[in-house]
Design a protein around this ligand. Structure first.
Ligand code: GDP
Ligand code: MN
Length: 387
């Protein structure tokens, strides 16, 4: 789960990380108030709050010299969507704008903490090439990216910090500040069960002090049960509506670009199903795991979810009944079709526990549902049908 920049900065402050003073605008009428809450003597930076980076490149971060500049910015963005290289073509809704006190920048650096699966630890990454797309830096000038490892107590060895600090060209005072920032980030990362913390850019100000100009935090979804304060900060408007709906129903759903909706029980089988569709030159519209203990109700919810995607031109149901009873799944499918008018073809493969009973139910339902016994045949069939 992501947070907004302003929320991440509130948390940064608690860990002693230097961020700019801010105020928020959620409606046009709040502009005066927001200006009064910060030092506006040299103007400020207006920043669109949305779960994306790359805002600067599309005008979502702007220096404002006076109130008129802010009014123009608020008019341009509030209630609109922001589209960046990190969003899809629809972009994300802008419901909040943050005004930040101005920072005079000498140099922009990059700093992040990530769960590093290759190294089996949390790694800290720094680069002198800040403010840019880090994937691009990694590709074109990998020598500009440096890494340090955190141990299992989330501590990075002093000598490693010194190495990274030297590579960034810090003097003694800056090194001390850097060390404090690294300590604060490490602690924050551990306490809040993060999977990513990114400061891009971390800047050296004209006065020589280090400052976190941007803040991105990603929390491990699986830890939210014990991060209730963060969970309360969730902004569902920034998430894929269907993925969010799925979470509420305990379904694992990931939206994809294709036109064949998939409903499968078990993540491994779901992956195998997507592979098989691809093998027959079809494109899955989603990954959907209804779980090992799929019930009639969840199948029904899953069906509605798949059909809420207008790109879906056909559905493939692939259920392997180990514990799950296929007849209950079949009933769930029938109920769902009755409740929501389904106009796309449906191919169903049921195997295992009570599958014969399930097939009978489907056949007797009088509905346009095609039963297949093998995954290959079922996949081939749905690919042909959506053509
Ligand atoms: P992003 O584009 O979504 O990653 O948004 P950032 O918060 O990183 O801002 C983009 C860029 O705006 C930064 O890399 C800076 O160059 C610039 N910027 C942001 N805040 C300030 C500021 O206070 N002063 C100045 N001079 N530039 C700023
Ligand atoms: Mn940034």
């Amino acid at each position: 789960m992501n947070l907004h920049e302003y929320q991440a900065k509130e948390i940064f402050e608690r860990y002693g990380l230097p961020v700019s003073k801010r105020s928020l605008i959620k409606s046009e009428s709040e502009i005066d108030d927001a200006i009064n809450q910060i030092d506006f003597s040299n103007g400020c930076v207006a920043k669109v709050q949305a779960h994306t980076g790359g805002r600067g490149k599309v005008g979502g971060v702007k220096l404002c010299k006076n109130k008129a500049d802010i009014e123009a910015f608020v008019n341009q963005w509030l209630g609109k969507n922001i589209i960046t290289i990190q969003t899809d073509e629809l972009g994300l809704p802008v419901q909040t704008i943050s005004l930040e006190e101005l920072t005079d920048i000498e140099k922009e650096l990059y700093m992040s903490f990530v769960v590093d699966r290759d190294e089996k630890c949390v790694s800290m990454i720094v680069s002198e090439a800040g403010g840019m797309n880090i994937e691009e830096v990694a590709e074109k000038t990998p020598e500009k990216i440096l890494k340090g490892k955190l141990n299992h107590e989330y501590i990075i060895e002093d000598q490693d910090i010194i190495k990274l600090s030297n590579s960034l060209g810090f003097n003694q005072a800056q090194h001390e500040q850097f060390k404090n920032i690294v300590d604060g980030c490490s602690k924050l990362f551990k306490d809040l069960d993060l999977s990513l913390l990114e400061i891009n850019p971390l800047v050296v100000k004209v006065d020589g002090n280090l400052h976190c100009l941007d803040a991105k935090i990603n929390i491990d979804e699986n830890a939210l049960y014990r991060q209730t304060e963060l969970e309360a900060m969730r902004d569902a408007s920034q998430e894929d509506e269907r993925e969010y709906e799925a979470k509420l129903n305990d379904l694992s759903y990931v939206a994809l670009d294709g036109n064949i909706g998939c409903m499968v029980n078990g993540a491994g089988l779901a992956m195998g199903t997507m592979d098989t569709i691809k093998l027959y030159k079809g494109e899955p519209a989603n990954f959907l795991d209804v779980g090992g203990t799929a019930t009639k109700e969840r199948v029904s919810a899953a069906f509605k979810l798949i059909l809420s995607d207008a790109n879906v031109k056909g559905i493939l149901v692939n259920i392997f009944g180990g514990i799950v009873r296929c007849d209950l799944i079949a009933q769930g499918i029938i109920d769902a079709i009755k409740e929501i008018s389904v106009e796309v073809p449906i191919v169903v493969r049921l195997q295992g526990n009570m599958s014969e009973e399930g097939k009978l139910l489907l056949n007797d339902s009088g509905m346009n549902v095609i039963g297949e016994d093998s995954l290959q045949e079922a996949s081939k069939r749905i690919v042909e049908l959506v053509k």
